[in-house]
Design a protein around this ligand. Structure first.
Ligand code: PEP
Ligand code: MN
Length: 335
């Protein structure tokens, strides 16, 4: 059960509510976000919802049978949208593309990608400065100085930034330079990181774990939300299966299923989802048709020379064609 509290509820009224909940066998967890104030009530005993709904300080009350509560669609009629400012909005009828290299490499590279994005009406650039690599000898990113450079160039052109944060300790330094924090697949259940991002006001995109279930992804989002941050996006990026013909198994089903289970926007990452350049476009289009609110994809001026993930990265001509087809697919879906 979710109880939405009145804006100016007093500590005394909250205490009264807590003791009423204890009386009916429920445990109340108070959650205050940038938008609202809630009491998340955990318990199993049946009770008359009106006995809580009529109490002082209660704005609204919702029965939620899902094990995750705040991210469940069961209580929220409207889809959540993520407003990044300057008319860049993701979700609830707003489709966005996020594109850019796997890794931020140099100012020349960022300038080149930004020019390409601007020419194609793409408002959000992706690029990692902290790279989780399987081998410690691979390129691991330019770090905070690279992020400052990335931000300087993007902000001069009105382009938003999504980039991965790997550790709680990196958050404060990154905060001024990031529009969306990406939590990578390898950190999908780093609960300390999720707690800490929940205490910020920045949008957070959670990638599905390498072998993560849909429920685990939703629980990860519940961590962020219950710490106070409602600005969450979920990302399907493929999972590990028995299939070895491609990098990951892009779970298109999950996109449709997530749209059913949660009010949060869903992003598809076909680049990591299949890991093969020539199939990124069809997988992107399938993702849009399945319900994705945004697509994130790897794009580089010269994919063959990319510092990481070149094999799944599109060049500008391929990317341009894919943007057009994704937008057309989105129109078709919404028609
Ligand atoms: C990435 O986006 O470059 C990345 C490392 O993604 P993932 O965490 O999905 O592997
Ligand atoms: Mn990558």
């Amino acid at each position: 059960m979710i109880v939405q509290l009145d804006k100016n509820i007093s500590a005394e009224t909250i205490n009264n509510l807590q003791s009423k909940l204890t009386d009916i066998g429920y445990e109340g967890n108070e959650v205050k976000t940038q938008f609202d104030h809630y009491m998340i009530c955990i318990g199993k005993k049946p009770f008359d919802i009106r006995s809580i709904g009529c109490l002082e300080g209660v704005k609204d009350i919702h029965k939620v049978t899902d094990p995750y509560k705040l991210v469940s669609r069961q209580w929220k009629v409207k889809n959540t949208l993520i407003d990044l400012g300057d008319n860049v909005i993701i979700g609830d009828g707003h489709f966005e593309i996020m594109a850019g290299p796997c890794s931020i490499e140099s100012p020349e590279q960022v300038e080149s990608v930004v020019k390409h994005l601007k020419a194609n009406g793409v408002n959000i650039m992706r690029g990692g400065v902290y790279k989780p690599r399987s081998s410690p000898y691979s390129f691991r990113g330019l770090g905070i100085e690279g992020l400052k450079m990335f931000h300087q160039i993007c902000s001069a052109h009105g382009v938003k930034i999504i980039t991965e944060v790997m550790m709680t300790e990196q958050i404060d330094a990154m905060l001024p330079y990031v529009d969306i924090f990406q939590v990578g697949a390898r950190n999908a259940q780093n609960f300390n990181l999720l707690d800490a991002l929940g205490k910020t006001d920045k949008a957070v995109m959670l990638k599905r774990g390498i072998s993560g279930t849909i429920d685990e992804l939703l629980y990860a989002a519940e961590y962020v939300f219950s710490n106070g941050n409602e600005r969450i996006l979920l990302c399907e990026r493929g999972i590990r299966s028995y299939e070895k013909a491609y990098r990951n198994t892009m779970d298109i089903n999950a996109i449709a299923m997530l749209k059913e289970k949660t009010h949060l926007p869903v992003v598809a990452d076909p680049s990591h989802g299949i890991g093969v350049r020539k199939f990124v476009e069809p997988v992107a289009l399938a993702s849009v048709m399945a319900g994705a609110d945004a697509v994130i994809m790897e794009v580089h001026q010269c994919p063959e020379k990319a510092f990481s993930d070149g094999q799944q990265t599109l060049d500008y001509a391929q990317a341009e064609r894919t943007y057009g087809k994704m937008r057309a697919a989105y129109q078709l879906r919404e028609a």
